[in-house]
Unconditional design. Structure first.
Ligand SMILES: [Mg+2]
Length: 372
């Protein structure tokens, strides 16, 4: 049986990489304006706002915690899927995702023996990603996420959909959830895994349900479904979940606003909020993706507003990248993107793991991706 789990779905390589890279580009476009109002953005960069990368964290094209954590989600998908193929145990991905996020927590300055919790049996964290020194940067990490991961490291139980560890609905759950689209051929499985990944740090339904919605949407977009059709489908799923009214309303508001044409930054904030919480960040990313003519246009709309610009840019990028692929990302934005090589290497490895090709035959695979 081992190594023989069927995975029939063929993931379109270029649009998967597009989703990952455009998410990172949106994050990097938003980073310089994350904490600025639209008046401050215009005052600094002109009436059109930021029209490309600006300086943040000591350079242009710098990614933030959104992309860092998204990369650890990709890594967790690969490791959990490998574990499932090897039939090590009845593996649920949430444990593997928690392990990955404890490794990210380590990159934020906590020694591994304190950051790893029950996963810190070895002196050093494992896998290749954690050895990328470029990840060891603090880029305004979310307080809820840090507190939750610190709590787990200190022995607290894992947050789940039934054991909610706090009442936070910050956008820290949805901003990192897109790669859960890989998990299964069934988009409902992707929704559930993403919601579970969200509940590791965010106990409010609007926090973890927004994560589920994003993974579902990216899954359907990768399968070639249009964004409006995918939104109709995910709405049908969302209504079946407890406490989903708030997330549903935000999604409906996003669609309604998009139908009125391209919104001004003021209207975006008035109708959809600032994006600091999960359902609002999702709504802004969705609305910008719906109304934009091009991927670049969508990303700029998603970051130029009074709100959590790096997260809304990242979410919009995950969606539009899955629609348009890598060629739609302006070449100069890709060229200046921090850790582009790491993002691409990880993205390509995910394609190997989630394909009919037996990744176990790749040299050193199990050292690069320990299956737990
Ligand atoms: Mg950020």
């Amino acid at each position: 049986m081992d190594g023989d789990l069927p995975y029939e779905r063929e993931i379109p390589a270029d649009r998967w990489l597009g989703s990952l890279l455009a998410g990172a580009v949106g994050d990097a476009l938003g980073a310089p304006v994350e904490f600025l109002s639209i008046e401050e953005i215009r005052g600094r960069f002109g009436e059109a706002g930021a029209t490309g990368y600006e300086e943040a964290y000591g350079g242009r094209g710098r990614i933030t915690d959104d992309t860092q954590m998204t990369l650890f989600t990709v890594e967790a998908m690969i490791r959990a899927h490998l574990g499932r193929r090897l039939m090590f145990f009845e593996q649920q991905p949430a444990s593997v995702i928690q392990h990955a996020y404890q490794r990210w927590y380590h990159t934020q300055g906590t020694p591994w023996h304190q950051a790893g919790g029950s996963y810190a049996m070895e002196a050093e964290p494992d896998g290749w990603l954690i050895r990328e020194r470029g990840l060891y940067e603090r880029r305004a990490p979310g307080a809820t996420v840090l507190t939750a991961l610190k709590g787990f490291a200190a022995g607290a139980d894992r947050g789940t959909l039934s054991h909610r560890i706090n009442d936070s609905k910050g956008c820290g759950a949805v901003m990192r959830a897109a790669p859960c689209a890989l998990w299964s051929e069934d988009p409902l499985d992707a929704f559930v895994v993403a919601a579970q990944s969200g509940a590791l740090t965010h106990g409010h339904p609007s926090g973890y349900l927004a994560a589920g919605v994003l993974a579902f949407l990216v899954h359907r977009l990768l399968d070639g479904v249009s964004l409006p059709a995918a939104l109709t489908e995910v709405r049908g799923e969302l209504v079946t979940w407890d406490d989903s009214a708030e997330t549903l309303k935000s999604l409906d508001d996003a669609v309604d606003l998009a139908e009125r044409g391209r919104p001004t930054p003021e209207l975006l904030a008035k109708e959809l909020g600032g994006g600091w919480v999960g359902e609002e960040a999702l709504a802004i990313g969705v609305c910008a993706a719906l109304v934009s003519d091009t991927l670049a246009d969508g990303l700029l709309l998603a970051v130029n507003h009074s709100g959590d610009s790096d997260s809304t840019g990242s979410i919009c990028g995950n969606l539009l990248g899955a629609v348009h692929g890598t060629a739609a990302i302006p070449a100069d934005w890709l060229a200046e993107l921090e850790l582009r090589d790491v993002i691409e290497r990880l993205g390509r490895d995910a394609l190997v793991e989630f394909s009919a090709v037996n990744s176990l035959e790749q040299a050193g695979w199990r050292e690069r991706y320990p299956a737990w």
